[in-house]
Design a protein around this ligand. Sequence first.
Ligand code: KIV
Ligand code: ZN
Length: 385
Amino acid sequence: MRQIDIFDTTLRDGEQSAGINLNTAEKLEIARQLEKFGATIIEAGFPASSPGDFEAVQRIAGIVKNSTVTGLARAMKSDIETSWEALRGAEQPHLHVFLATSPIHMQYKLKKTPDQVIDIAVEAVKHARKFFPLVQWSAEDASRSNPEFLVRIINRVIAVGATTINIPDTVGYATPAEYGALFKYLKENVTGIDNVKLSAHCHDDLGMAVANTIAAIENGADQIEGTINGIGERAGNAALEEIAVALHIRKDFYGFNTGIHLPEIKRTSQLVSQLTGVMIQPNKAVVGKNAFAHESGIHQDGMLKNRETYEIITPELIGETTAPLALGKHSGRHAFKDRAISMGFELSDEKLNEAFEEFKKLADSKKEITKDDLFILFTDQQIHY
Ligand code: KIV
Ligand code: ZN
């Protein structure tokens, strides 16, 4: 099975979400959990962006031993040197340096010609390699860049020592077929591409970040980038827990291995949600509160007969310990009876029918039937038994 490295950027791109501001202690707690989750690389922050980020990256580099720790830098000597000070204590110092390559970014943001952009990227990677054994170079806005220009600039940064080349879909514009084709084209046209790691980095503006990431893997990406719960700039980044579970559940189809410790997913997701204050939508794949809640009578009946009728992911796989069938107005008698038994109530068929009628009336007037509601209902029937 082909090994895919997981580059987690929850603490850098994730923290760039509007409204998130983590302190150093919170970042350290998340970094420790990301190490347990099995991230190959943890992007701990952007050291040159603020003293707080510098301190957090330095402390994370000092404590995390089982994941490589990296930091982001602009293609500037001062950013690279500041990052070295923050990361020099890491087990395996790694730097992530980026520069935009799309016509719109080069013309309006950088105000540089394509040839000047190549020179700046080459100088930055050369300078970074004086300090760091591992240097990732990102072509910001790669998916809107000219593919031939990408080949030219990537050939040059590889020649001066870049060890990973990242191809971001910075504004979430690509489609899976298009993004996959770009990876195929780079694999076929960049000299020495097989001697470096090729990485995918997707944003979710059109809701295609996970699909785009998987298309990149199918077309030669060795590393994928994303965040826990998909947090990040604007609509966020590719959700790592979704990718890890999709590749695991469909390994029959894909045949890729990520090395992610799947039972750590739920804990990691909850920690990130609690500390960032970003709620997880209830129907979110894998980690949403309803991801394992089967409400309709037909589904619940099927689940009680054989869980595989409607369950392709078990809650246990991701470390979810309790996931009882949700009871609501669509629930059937079978699930209702099962819940009564699991709560320790033994009701005659007649009492069960009466309780079920009461339950249906209550469910019509209330969105969610709580454990307390059920307790009152069952107790009432048992007392009259
Ligand atoms: O989305 C992006 O282009 C980035 C780069 C800094 C890699 O986050
Ligand atoms: Zn990004």
